[in-house]
Design a protein around this ligand. Structure first.
Ligand SMILES: [Zn+2]
Length: 406
C-alpha cells in the first residue's frame, strides 16, 4: 500500500507510467526495501531492476520472479506491483527462514510493461531476451515527443551508482505472480491459479480515406464521407466476430481527420485488438478482417495492416506442475487457468521454462482504479510463489516440456 501512494490518484488507483517521476520514486522505494533485506541490487541498459539473494551454488543459472511497477494512467494498485512485491516478500521469507536453496533467486521489475506512455509495452523483457533491440526501443517517443532514450538518460543520472548487468543472462526458470484481471478465480473461490498459457493477439490498424467537404453545402451524392464508411465497416466487423467462441474483438481507438463539426471527414484511423486462444483462429480472423473491410467500403479507400502479432503460448509443464504441487502441500486451493491478458512471462517463455501464478481480481476488474484483491488471496499467492521458487531453486535440472509432450 506504501507503493500505491506513489502516483496515487482519486478513487484509489495509481498513475505511475513508465519512466515518469512517479515510477522513479517507486524504484527508490523498492530499492530501499531491497537494501533493508540485504539483497544484491542491479539494473541493465533498459532500466530493468534486479534484486538478488545468492544461493549456495551461485554459479548455477538463477531462478527469476517478478513483474512490473509501471501502470496505466488510470490503473489499479495491484497490476504488476503485486508480482514485484510478492517476489520481494518471498525472498525476504527465504532469507529469514534460512531455508536451503542452491540457485540464486532474483526478483525483477521489468521496464514499461503497460506501454501506455511508450507503445508498445513489454520493453524491458523484450530487450532482456533479445526480441527487440535496445536501439529500436530508444527511438520510441511519447505523445509529447520525449523519447525512451531521453528518459533512460535521466534514469541513469538518478540511479548512477547501480551496478549494470548484461542482457541475456542465463535463467533457469521464470515464475511471474500477477492478478488474474478476469472473473474466474473469484467466482470459483479459488485463491491461486496455475497459468497454462497466454492467448495470442493481433493489433491492427484500419485507415478509411475519403474527401473533406463542407457539411452544409455538399449534397450526399457528392460526399466521400470517411466517418460514415468507417461506422459501417466497424459495425460489420463486430457483427462478424460476435459469434465465434472465445474471440475478443475490440475497436478501442478512433482518430478522425480533420475532426471538425462542420466538415465531412476525410480520414478515420481505428485500432483493432483481436485475441483468441488458438493461433490458427487468429490467423484466419486476421485475413477475414482484411476481406470484410474491403467488401464494406463503397466510396472510400481502405488500408488494413497489422502493427503487432503474438501467437498463443503454452507455459512449461514442469513449472505449472511445481505450482500445483506446492499449492497442494500448503493446502491452498489451486486450479489451472489460461491468461487472456499479455504479460512479461510471454517473453521469458521464449528463453527458459516459465509459468505464472494468478490471484483473484474482485469483480474481474483491472486497468481501473477499483482493481482489488483480498489480503488473504495476496498472502496465499505469495506463499505459493515462495514455495515454488525454493523448490525450483533446489532442482538441478528442468526439462522443457509442454503438456502434449509428456
Ligand atoms: Zn500487468
Amino acid at each position: 500500500m506504501e507503493l500505491a501512494e506513489i502516483g496515487g490518484i482519486a478513487g484509489g488507483g495509481v498513475n505511475r507510467q513508465a519512466l515518469s517521476d512517479e515510477e522513479f520514486s517507486a524504484r527508490e522505494l523498492c530499492i530501499s526495501w531491497a537494501e533493508a533485506y540485504g539483497l544484491g541490487i542491479a539494473t541493465d541498459d533498459i532500466g530493468n531492476l534486479f534484486f538478488r539473494v545468492e544461493g549456495s551454488e551461485p554459479d548455477l543459472p538463477l531462478v527469476m520472479t517478478g513483474s512490473h511497477i509501471d501502470s496505466q494512467p488510470t490503473g489499479g494498485k495491484f497490476d504488476g506491483a503485486f508480482g514485484v512485491l510478492a517476489g520481494l516478500e518471498a525472498v525476504r521469507a527465504v532469507i529469514d527462514s534460512g531455508v536451503d536453496h542452491k540457485r540464486s533467486i532474483e526478483v525483477v521489475a521489468w521496464l514499461n510493461e503497460e506501454g501506455s506512455r511508450f507503445a508498445p509495452g513489454m520493453m524491458g523483457s523484450e530487450a532482456f531476451v533479445g526480441v527487440r533491440s535496445l536501439d529500436e526501443i530508444k527511438q520510441v517517443k511519447d505523445k509529447n515527443g520525449v523519447s525512451v532514450e531521453d528518459e533512460l538518460a535521466r534514469l541513469e543520472d538518478r540511479f548512477a551508482d547501480l551496478r549494470k548487468l548484461p542482457f541475456g543472462r542465463e535463467v533457469f526458470c521464470f515464475v511471474e505472480a500477477h492478478i488474474e484481471q478476469g472473473p474466474i478465480l473469484e467466482k470459483e473461490k479459488t485463491p491461486v491459479g496455475a497459468v497454462t498459457g497466454i492467448q495470442g493477439v493481433r493489433r491492427m490498424r484500419v485507415k478509411i480515406t475519403g474527401e473533406e467537404a463542407h457539411a452544409g453545402t455538399t449534397p450526399y451524392d457528392l460526399r466521400i464521407d470517411a466517418v460514415q464508411e468507417a461506422s459501417r465497416v466497424i459495425e460489420k466487423l463486430y457483427e462478424a466476430f460476435s459469434d465465434i467462441e472465445d474471440i475478443r474483438f475490440t475497436v478501442g481507438m478512433l482518430t478522425i481527420k480533420p475532426n471538425v463539426p462542420s466538415v465531412v471527414a476525410s480520414e478515420v484511423l481505428f485500432s483493432i485488438d483481436l485475441r483468441h486462444p488458438s493461433s490458427e483462429t487468429l490467423a484466419t480472423c486476421e485475413k477475414r478482417i482484411g476481406e470484410l473491410v474491403s467488401q464494406s467500403v463503397t466510396n472510400c479507400s481502405a488500408d488494413v495492416w497489422c502493427i503487432a502479432e503474438a501467437d498463443t503460448i503454452t507455459f512449461d509443464e514442469n513449472v505449472i506442475g511445481a505450482i500445483e504441487v506446492e499449492s497442494q502441500r500448503l493446502n491452498i486451493p489451486c486450479r489451472r487457468i489460461f491468461s487472456g491478458a499479455g504479460h512479461d512471462a510471454r517473453q521469458m517463455s521464449y528463453v527458459c521454462p516459465s509459468g505464472m501464478i494468478f490471484v483473484p481480481s474482485c469483480g474481474g476488474i483491472s486497468h481501473n482504479v477499483n482493481e482489488h484483491t483480498d489480503q488473504s488471496d495476496i498472502v496465499a499467492g505469495t506463499e505459493v510463489l515462495c514455495a515454488t521458487l525454493v523448490e525450483l531453486a533446489n532442482r538441478l535440472e528442468i526439462s522443457s516440456k509442454t503438456e502434449s509432450q509428456i
